[in-house]
Unconditional design. Structure first.
Ligand SMILES: Nc1ncnc2c1ncn2[C@@H]1O[C@H](COP(=O)(O)OS(=O)(=O)O)[C@@H](OP(=O)(O)O)[C@H]1O
Ligand SMILES: Nc1ncnc2c1ncn2[C@@H]1O[C@H](COP(=O)(O)OP(=O)(O)O)[C@@H](O)[C@H]1O
Length: 231
């Protein structure tokens, strides 16, 4: 079936910052005469097969807040329950799909834009896609949310203090940033914009962080309550 022609052409205002060429090349459509092609097997068929609903669990927070730990613990827990999940992790995607990107605001925006599109494909495939990225800019996260309909974008904010993250510092990056050896490190000399309306917020209680399995359990409960783990 041939469908809607894809809009092309007019560019929507000036992108911010010095890396304008990158942003324009990635968000302004360049092709014309392209058409959407629908396939006979759709998302609902795949969801029925998998007995679950596709969604994106988007984990955001400072470096060291526990994003990868939660992503992997949640992925393992879902696997144990017979649910198909896939983890997209910032560090990992920067080894491949996003290896041309750095940490300037424009590069982070493009990183998140690409991941949002990939996550949307995984959700369309019927999987629980677990995306674990600092994603420091609210606007970039909201653009990803806008790609998903009907509440299937679930933003999880790991609201851990900078003090805790810096004390953990498993990769020694905060130490390098404090010494001025890494410039533009999130939380030190680069911004982190906390979510205003996330679905799940996980934070320290009396200065203690919940265990990885408690964090994962909180997300599983949400997914169960909203019906994502059933047909
Ligand atoms: N300048 C700077 N700021 C923040 N983080 C940095 C930086 N340079 C390298 N790193 C490492 O990159 C990991 C974050 O990648 P992300 O793709 O999640 O970042 S972003 O969402 O585009 O902001 C991040 O991984 P996590 O510690 O797992 O968050 C760091 O290991
Ligand atoms: N809930 C937790 N309780 C205790 N330690 C944790 C918890 N989550 C993560 N950690 C530890 O904190 C460090 C940073 O976690 P990580 O998942 O790599 O964070 P991020 O992906 O956000 O950079 C790791 O050493 C990890 O073992």
């Amino acid at each position: 079936m041939r469908g809607r022609p894809v809009e092309c052409g007019a560019h929507r205002g000036q992108p911010r910052g010095e890396n304008r060429a990158l942003e324009m090349s990635s968000t302004v459509p360049k092709s014309s005469n392209i058409f959407w092609h629908d396939c006979p097997v759709g998302k609902t068929d795949r969801q029925n097969l998998l007995k679950q609903k596709g969604c994106v669990v988007w984990i955001t927070g400072l470096s060291g807040s526990g994003k990868s730990t939660l992503a992997c613990t949640l992925g393992r827990e879902l696997h144990t329950r017979g649910k198909l999940a896939y983890v997209l992790d910032g560090d990992n995607l920067r080894h491949g799909l996003n290896k041309d990107l750095g940490f300037a605001a424009e590069d982070r925006a493009e990183n998140i834009r690409r991941v949002g599109e990939v996550a949307k494909l995984f959700a369309d495939a019927g999987l629980v896609c677990i995306a674990s990225f600092i994603s420091p800019y609210r606007r970039d996260r909201e653009s990803c949310r806008a790609l998903l309909s009907d509440g299937s974008f679930i933003e999880v904010f790991l609201n851990m203090s900078l003090e805790l993250c810096e004390a953990r510092d498993p990769k020694g990056l905060y130490k390098l940033a404090r010494a001025g050896k890494i410039k533009g490190f999130t939380g030190i000399d680069d911004p982190y914009e906390a979510p205003l309306n996330c679905e799940i917020e996980i934070k320290e209680v009396d200065g203690v962080c919940p265990s990885p399995s408690d964090m994962a359990a909180q997300v599983i409960t949400y997914l169960e309550d909203k019906g994502f783990l059933h047909e």
